[in-house]
Design a protein around this ligand. Structure first.
Ligand code: CP
Ligand code: NVA
Length: 319
């Protein structure tokens, strides 16, 4: 086991905690998790043994589709020496009426943690409340905290710092925007969320992040003016139509068209800017293919970091 992994793991005291939002974690805990993620990434690249969860099992419930989250969790669980268990919505009784409370109690008897991707944040909170094992939020309608952690790791790699880094999120004020505001607030970033008036992020989540930011010297601001990208270290976008909003697709694409991340916007930001996207991307809607494959883009490093960031979370919270 690499010394760095051991050391960072011993610095953290998170055993048994659920990972439901980034807001729930202190700035020091967020930074320590990122440090552990870097150590685990290094271990994996060197093929150094780091099976810190040998003999454990982790269930993954997916009530929505996924490529990255499913793959990175499944591979990450195996790399940590544990058994992954993929549970598609159609495979389990939860979908056809079994309660979250009963599901939580039963699953707690078989596995050591649950990762869940679903619609309502309340369902994830309930699963954690009723179960006896940590629950990890793999995306809800309001949060995507594992994504936020991988994003912070990627910004630290590519911008060289988090403290004072200027991140401009542009597009729909959605789950990904919320988790970015939260991780930015915990790590001293200058986060700007740039959306049309009707697509702003949730006011309560933003207010809470602004309060958190006071402890780190970070900022979280809202604007509708795309001029906000000028001088940004990072431009970040996400789909205009999140899972569950498919019926609104055409209205959203029209309303958000002026917020597309294309080469004109990237040039306006400046030569230093990195472009991020949690993926999946919709070419010609929120981003162009040209930007996605330009030298500014770090989206595939970002996707890779899901693996390392989530391994850190699992290693830290699973007993
Ligand atoms: N970014 C992300 O969560 O991707 P998936 O929907 O493919 O898991
Ligand atoms: N905002 C998107 C993120 C997908 C990873 C969604 O919720 O569908």
């Amino acid at each position: 086991m690499p010394e760095t992994v051991k050391r960072h793991l011993s610095e953290l005291d998170l055993t048994g905690r659920s990972f439901l939002t980034i807001h729930d974690y202190s700035p020091a805990e967020v930074v320590s998790l990122l440090d552990l993620a870097v150590a685990l990434k290094d271990a994996q690249k060197r093929r150094a043994a780091h099976a810190v969860l040998e003999g454990r099992a982790v269930a993954m419930i997916f009530m929505k589709t996924s490529t990255r989250t499913r793959m990175s969790f499944e591979v990450g669980i195996e790399q940590l020496g544990a058994q992954p268990m993929f549970l598609n919505a159609n495979d389990i009784q939860l979908r056809v009426g079994e309660t979250i409370k009963d599901t939580a109690n039963v699953m707690s008897r078989y596995v050591d943690a649950i990762m869940i991707r679903t619609f309502a944040q309340q369902d994830v909170e309930d699963l954690a409340r009723y179960g006896q094992i940590p629950v990890i939020n793999g995306l809800t309608d309001t949060h995507h905290p594992c994504q936020g952690m991988a994003d912070a790791m990627t910004i630290r790699e590519h911008v060289g710092k988090l403290d004072g880094a200027r991140l401009v999120y542009i597009g729909d004020g959605n789950n990904v925007a919320h988790s970015l505001a939260e991780v930015g607030a915990k790590t001293g970033m200058q986060v700007v969320i740039c959306t049309p008036e009707d697509y702003k992020p949730d006011a309560a989540i933003v207010a809470r992040a602004q309060e958190d930011a006071q402890a780190t010297g970070g900022t979280v601001e809202l604007t509708s003016d795309v001029a906000a990208v000028e001088g940004a270290d990072v431009i970040y976008t996400d789909t205009f139509t999140s899972m569950g909003q498919e019926a609104e697709h055409d209205v959203r694409v029209a309303a958000l068209a002026a917020y597309q991340v294309n080469m004109d916007l990237v040039r306006r930001a400046g030569p230093q800017v990195k472009v991020m996207h949690c993926l999946p991307a919709h070419w010609g809607e929120e981003i162009t293919e040209e930007v996605l494959y330009s030298p500014h883009s770090v989206v595939f490093d970002q996707a890779e970091n899901r693996l390392h960031a989530q391994k850190a979370i699992m290693a830290a919270v699973i007993a």
